[in-house]
Design a binder for this molecule. Structure first.
Ligand code: ATP
Length: 354
């Protein structure tokens, strides 16, 4: 078991800074997601935790011990790569046994341990088969088996499901999470897929251009994005962001958009200037009597719900509504927002506290 503390971690490659002063804590037994778009520094962060890349500055502690400059071999962790290279000339049992055999464990003990792991992963029946003919899912399970057989304190996974098709990916994600719930080993998991991060993670770090934008539980991040980047990156469709000029603070409980007063949570911290109002599609109601006017431009049928796109003077807006609601294209309507679910962002794109 392992707690991992990251303090002001930074990585430069020549003149390029891939990770800028990241700080966060991964608690013992957590399933922890490093999430962000391509090139944001997720893999570099993971490789520094693994010891495959040394930080330019900052510290990494595993269970209280500083390991920042220690090689991978001196950290009790297992890395599961996306392109899991199984030994093609060995059968499944030999592939999983390999880490134990190379540690010098006795043959009888290895056999017991491998049987145990195969049972957990549901691959007992293929133990004696060559890896060459296995399906993608079974290969993934063998790779996982090889990683967990050593009982490491921590697993590091870099887009382990990236190569799988959508349906199978979802199935393996559930399996991985169930495996984690049984073993409770600290797991750090890199993904660019916000849905995967929300579904699987106990906590998420959202990164962008080497910077940690937010760190928290999936629901916190979804409900209270700390920046406009997070608001746009999490959720499908994303949070609506409406730009307006105005002033908030001193307990003010409304803002004015297109001459309509929009109730907001009373703001403690204040700001003035080009502000942004964020509201999720499910918190917008089409209401003919509402003063904030909009024109319906599209309706996308999704079964029980539909996504309605509307034009407003502050840009396009998407609303989620029951499919049974009428949404005639071209019609003008009013939009009402649930004030408790509004986030306001200051001119730098940071959320204002309510
Ligand atoms: P992806 O999902 O595309 O792998 P990522 O978020 O994992 O993205 P990193 O692989 O950590 O991103 O890379 C972050 C940035 O650092 C990228 O711009 C990448 O080109 C750069 N980078 C990574 N490794 C090196 C290296 N060894 N030398 C120079 N630049 C590097």
């Amino acid at each position: 078991m392992a707690q991992i503390v990251i303090k002001s971690l930074r990585k430069e490659f020549g003149a390029f800074t891939a990770v800028q002063s990241s700080s966060f804590t991964i608690e013992d037994g957590e399933f922890f997601m490093l999430l962000g778009p391509s090139g944001c520094g997720k893999t570099t962060t993971l490789r520094m935790i693994a010891g495959l890349e040394l930080p330019t500055s900052g510290e990494i502690f595993i269970d209280g011990a500083e390991v920042s400059q220690k090689p991978a071999s001196q950290r009790d962790i297992a890395f599961v790569f996306q392109m899991f290279a199984l030994y093609p000339h060995m059968n499944v049992r030999k592939n999983i046994s390999y880490p134990l055999v190379s540690q010098g464990m006795k043959r009888d003990q290895v056999r017991v341990k491998v049987n145990e792991v195969a049972e957990i992963l549901g691959i007992t029946s293929i133990l004696e088969k060559p890896v060459g003919g296995l399906s993608g899912g079974d290969r993934q399970r063998v790779a996982l088996g090889r990683a967990i057989v050593r009982d490491p304190a921590c697993f590091l996974m870099d887009e382990p499901l990236g190569a799988l098709d959508a349906e199978f990916r979802e199935h393996m994600a559930l399996e991985l999470r169930a495996l984690h719930d049984r073993m409770r080993a600290t797991t750090v998991y890199v993904t660019h897929d916000q849905l995967e991060a929300m579904q699987m993670g106990d906590k998420i770090v959202v990164m962008n251009h080497g910077v940690v934008e937010q760190f928290g539980r999936p629901q916190e991040i979804y409900d209270w994005p700390a920046t406009t980047f997070v608001a746009k990156f999490i959720g499908s469709p994303a949070m609506n962001l409406l730009n307006f000029n105005g002033m908030v603070g001193n307990g003010s409980a409304e803002v004015t958009l297109s001459d309509a007063a929009i109730p907001i949570p009373p703001m403690i911290s204040g700001a003035n200037g080009p502000l942004t109002l964020g509201v999720r599609p499910e918190h917008i109601r089409l209401d003919d009597s509402a003063a904030f006017r909009a024109r319906i431009t599209a309706a996308e049928y999704l079964g029980t719900t539909q996504i309605i796109t509307l034009d407003t003077a502050h840009g396009p807006v998407k609303a989620r509504a029951p499919s049974t609601n009428a949404a005639p294209i071209g019609a003008t309507t009013g939009l009402a927002f649930d004030p408790r679910s509004i986030t306001l962002f200051d001119p730098s794109g940071h959320a204002l506290m309510s």
